[in-house]
Ligand binder design. Structure first.
Ligand code: GLU
Length: 285
């Protein structure tokens, strides 16, 4: 069986040791089994993505001794792929526009005595689903920014509510429960796609057979599995690796507690030191 995996960072900041772990794990696994390791730059968020961070990612990976196969896929250059997938979902009548602001959503959730919650917090309470298309179209015509949401109920009905599952690298089968995340956004107000849509399509377009990424994206996989079923895309095998945590048990994050690889390099760390630190952090928790 072919083995094609990838590392897919967003160039919105400098990489830290948590990213190094993810990249090394995917890279080393591919190299150990004679597979392919791809690099994808996930830069759909044009307001936060920066070319200097793309350059820094390439520098850091090079320093770590991570080599990738083939050209780097940069998502911002493939917006047509995401648009055609959105058109297909639109053609199935599975999307609806949403003009809600974050504040409006929070207010609606707070006012409701029974607001359904999923593993990532409150689900979208359906304000725009209840608005008439006429009202929404009129607002959009006036220039109101809007997102496109997946109508989860219809999407599941379209698949005759058949159970969906995905397999992990250990051979365990997980039931996919996309309904636990509700009507997720598939095209954002500020960019005509979303993380969920682009990542699912790109993994299929690039022929990725094994997705290796952090545990924080486990629930996202349930949405990706649904999109694969709707768009007739293959389902890779998944591995959601543990997240590295600091001594207080806090997950390493770009902004707070994680020194960048660049700063570690400047302090005199070697790639070997990075590997040792990853091993230490993994065993500490
Ligand atoms: N671009 C995502 C991130 O930087 C990772 C996407 C993925 O591996 O599926 O968090």
């Amino acid at each position: 069986m072919p083995f094609i995996t990838r590392f897919a960072p967003s160039p919105t900041g400098l990489l830290h040791i948590g990213h190094a772990y993810s990249a090394m794990l995917a890279h080393d696994t591919a190299r150990d089994c004679g597979g392919t390791f791809l690099l994808r730059i996930e830069d759909i968020d044009q307001s936060r993505s920066r070319e200097i961070f793309v350059a820094a990612i390439l520098r850091d990976l090079d320093w770590l001794g991570i080599t990738w196969d083939g050209p780097v896929r940069q998502q911002s250059q493939h917006m047509d792929d995401y648009k055609s997938a959105l058109d297909r979902l639109q053609g199935m009548d599975l999307l609806y526009p949403c003009i809600c602001t974050r504040k409006e959503i929070e207010k609606e959730v707070a006012a409701s005595s029974f607001a359904p919650h999923g593993p990532e917090g409150a689900l979208y309470p359906g304000l725009c689903k209840r608005r008439s298309r006429k009202e929404l179209d009129a607002e959009i015509l006036k220039g109101h920014p809007y997102a496109l949401r997946l109508d989860m109920e219809r999407a599941l009905e379209r698949l005759s509510n058949k159970p969906l599952s995905f397999r992990d690298i250990m051979g365990h089968v997980h039931e996919a429960r996309p309904q636990d995340l509700g009507d997720v956004v598939l095209a954002r107000k500020d960019t005509p796609t979303s993380y969920h849509l682009s990542v699912t399509l790109d993994d299929a377009i690039q022929g990725v057979t094994h997705v290796i990424r952090g545990q924080d994206l486990f629930h996202a996989t349930h949405i990706h599995r649904l999109l694969q079923a709707l768009l007739h895309l293959p389902t890779p095998i998944y591995h959601h690796h543990p997240l590295l945590r600091d001594s207080e048990g806090q997950r390493l994050a770009k902004r707070d507690n994680a020194p960048s690889l660049e700063s570690l390099r400047e302090e005199g760390w070697t790639p070997g030191d990075v590997r040792n630190e990853i091993a230490r952090l993994l065993t500490a928790h």
